[in-house]
Design a protein around this ligand. Structure first.
Ligand code: SF4
Length: 280
């Protein structure tokens, strides 16, 4: 808890990078230090401020057809085509896929072998869901944002449900409830990342105790956006902040207590900068 000024600032314990992102960033930093530059597929993480910092160290985003010494595969996985193409174009491929995403991929593989259609709960444009869809291949039953999406799906004898690691349990349970009417056999796997769940739960609890909440996250970070929605549903005075400039324009004059949390791709240095501004 910070209380340099009259304002009380409560910072959640589950904040900044999750273990998967921390590992990916540290592998990228080490490799770049050794080799001078490295390439990443997409942005290595969904935080514009941290991407800028990594770019200044020599971490670049790979373009179509580009070749080089080292390429880093992202924490939320890569499709088989990407891996094939990149391993032909780069001398070294470092795979930073999070162990939890690998676990979901293994579940899909096993369920496919047992003849189940694969239902994925997630955002169909998110990298992890694209990768899981790739693993499901012709066994894909569908990608569902929430229970409403699943209501009109066709019936099929065997369905296995998995979720994008940063989805919510509410959505996963709602899809399972809808799909139970579509099949004779339903296998349910809660593949939501525990770290994400703990973060959502703690933020929800803290938001009940403070006048307002600040969620720090990148503009393209789906998990930060989701965390913001969860917290805002409990405390309507919740603000989504991308960088220190955003926090300067929020009117917090009526907030004696402020809670702070962040998405899983938000760096600690950025959070500290924002806390300092709020404490002044
Ligand atoms: S949110 Fe969870 S699953 Fe995703 S990279 Fe982080 S630790 Fe891994």
């Amino acid at each position: 808890m910070h209380n340099k000024s009259r304002r009380t600032i409560i910072v959640t314990k589950n904040i900044a990078f999750c273990s998967g992102v921390k590992r990916a960033v540290s592998l990228a930093e080490n490799e770049t230090r050794e080799r001078g530059e490295t390439y990443t597929v997409d942005a290595i993480l969904h935080n514009e401020e941290e991407v800028k910092r990594l770019e200044s160290l020599g971490v670049k985003r790979v373009r179509e057809g580009e070749t080089g010494k080292t390429v880093i595969l992202p924490a939320h996985g890569s499709t088989s085509l990407e891996i094939l193409s990149l391993s032909k174009r780069f001398g070294k491929v470092i795979d930073t896929t999070c162990p939890l995403v690998l676990r979901t991929a293994k579940i899909i593989e096993k369920m496919r072998k047992e003849g189940y259609k694969i239902a994925i709960v997630g955002d169909e444009h998110h990298r992890e869901t694209i990768v899981l869809k790739d693993k499901a291949g012709e066994f894909l039953y569908g990608v569902f944002k929430d229970g409403k999406d699943a209501i009109n799906s066709p019936s099929t004898p065997k369905i296995a449900i998995v979720a994008q690691s940063t989805s919510t349990e509410e959505k996963l349970f709602a899809v399972a409830e809808a799909l139970i009417l579509k099949t004779q056999e339903l296998r349910f796997f809660n593949t939501i990342c525990e770290e994400t769940l703990r973060r959502q739960e703690e933020a929800r609890e803290i938001s009940k105790k403070v006048d307002c909440m600040i969620v720090i996250g990148g503009k393209t970070s789906a998990n930060s956006q989701r965390l913001f929605e969860i917290v805002k549903a409990v405390n309507p005075k919740t603000y989504f902040v991308h960088c220190e400039k955003d926090v300067k324009i929020i009117n917090l004059s009526t907030c004696d207590s402020v809670g702070i949390t962040s998405g899983t791709s938000t760096p600690l240095w950025l959070i500290e900068k924002i806390i300092n501004i709020l404490s002044e």
